[in-house]
Design a protein around this ligand. Structure first.
Ligand code: GLU
Length: 416
């Protein structure tokens, strides 16, 4: 079955908006992106050839502030995927109540096939191509799948060269030495732990010794695994694109992270049994953290999931049909827009620090991050209880309400 993330995002929106009493024009307005830019651009490769790449930057909504959202480098990027990710950013920022709208970007490229010089050329040219949209007051990119702090440093440098002076607040997720924030690199994974721990408290599941399974061992998956491990959880399985590794006695996550830095994959880790990604998803555990691509938990495998909590580190990992099945089976889902909001929350801290040129300690950042995420979790939990809803619908309702209120207060501008 073909899964289109944009159809999923809109279907989730339709499901949530039914519970709200919004004007028809608002319902329609928030259902579509505000603007979309498609760019085709040349990049010089190491062998002197020129290759043409396609990229996107989509702004879903801007009523609560400048658009915020990452840039993804992946071979399967499509305009519909970027649209979905941009809409989810709008809800995510509203849910944690930071003053941003939602945006997202992407380039159709497998970054592992490019050299560092080629990636730099691609990033600098893509930055120039989307420079009519980005800016510290208008649209602030960040890392996503396939991009990292180095990518953000190139983006910041290219934009700054055009302006004639350094503009650190044009992008977040930068290295600390060029105005990045302490804690940003781990923020999404640590945030997954904060909300999961809160869910476990509510459901009376002790975190100490809890079995945790993580799909995806990139920035989000590895940091979520590490944060859960540091809480005393038993991370029994992790995977990457090459496959998974399982050890019922628990994996030594700090050592595994060191191994992956050298070997490039979890699958060569000697202290465990090799398993497939499909098997990994169906392992019995307390917490399953999908932290890879969209559409991983589907109608085909949802009946086989044996987790008590699914904590969505990735954006859109659960299809609409699977969502329904998990709900019916009493599996508690921490929806993506809540679960992985730690990244954009610390991006907000980074942006504020960049605008003030005044930097905070890591302790201060983590304290503020925890406070914001726990408050957002509690808001969702309350709405879910009051209205007898699942957490995803509750989270989406809360977010839509905040965006709709801002849109109504701002009104409709008759001329431009
Ligand atoms: N790409 C991340 C996300 O999906 C972070 C976005 C940001 O920090 O702006 O939430």
């Amino acid at each position: 079955m073909e899964h289109n993330p944009w159809h999923l995002a809109q279907a989730q929106y339709d499901q949530a908006v039914r519970h709200l009493d919004l004007d028809a024009h608002l319902v329609e307005y928030l259902r579509y992106p505000k603007r979309e830019l498609i760019v085709n651009f040349p990049v010089e490769m190491d062998d002197g050839r020129v290759r043409i790449f396609t990229g996107y930057r989509v702004h879903h909504n801007t009523v609560r502030g400048p658009t915020k959202g990452g840039i993804r480098y992946h071979q399967s990027v499509t305009l519909d995927e970027v649209r979905a990710l941009a809409m989810w950013m709008t809800w995510k920022c509203a849910l944690v109540n930071i003053p941003y709208g939602g945006g997202k970007g992407g380039v159709v490229v497998n970054p592992h096939e490019l050299s560092s010089a080629e990636l730099e050329n691609l990033t600098r040219r893509f930055t120039s191509e989307i420079s009519l949209l980005i800016g510290p007051d208008s649209d602030i990119p960040a890392p996503d799948m396939g991009t990292n702090p180095q990518t953000m440093a190139w983006l910041m440098d290219t934009y700054s060269m055009h302006q004639g002076h350094a503009v650190p607040a044009v992008v977040t997720g930068k290295p600390v030495s060029v105005g990045g924030s302490l804690g940003r690199n781990q923020a999404t994974g640590v945030g997954v732990m904060y909300v999961t721990r809160q869910a476990m408290r509510k459901l009376s599941i002790p975190i100490e010794g809890a079995r945790v399974v993580v799909q995806g061992f990139g920035n989000v998956g590895s940091n979520a695994a590490l944060a859960m491990y540091a809480q005393g959880a038993n991370v029994i399985a992790v995977s990457d694109v090459h496959g998974g590794i399982f050890n019922p006695n628990g994996l030594d996550i700090p050592a595994l992270i060191e191994h992956v830095a050298e070997a490039g994959t979890v699958t060569t880790w000697p202290d465990g049994e090799r398993i497939s990604n499909e098997t990994l998803l169906t392992l019995e555990c307390e917490v399953l953290i999908p932290a890879a691509l969209e559409n991983q938990i589907t109608a085909e495998n949802a009946e086989d999931i044996r987790a008590r909590i699914v904590a969505e580190g990735a954006n859109g990992p659960t299809t609409l049909e699977a969502d329904e099945i998990l709900r019916r089976r009493g599996i508690f889902i921490i929806p993506d827009i809540l679960c992985n909001a730690g990244g954009v929350t610390v991006s907000y801290f980074e942006w504020v620090q960049g605008l003030h040129l005044f930097f905070w300690s890591e302790e201060e950042i983590l304290r503020r991050l925890e406070r914001i995420l726990v408050a957002a979790f509690e808001d969702c939990w309350r709405v879910a209880e009051e209205r007898d809803l699942d957490m995803r619908t509750a989270a989406t309702i809360l977010a839509i309400q905040r965006v709709a209120e801002a849109a109504e207060l701002r009104g409709v501008c008759p001329q431009l």
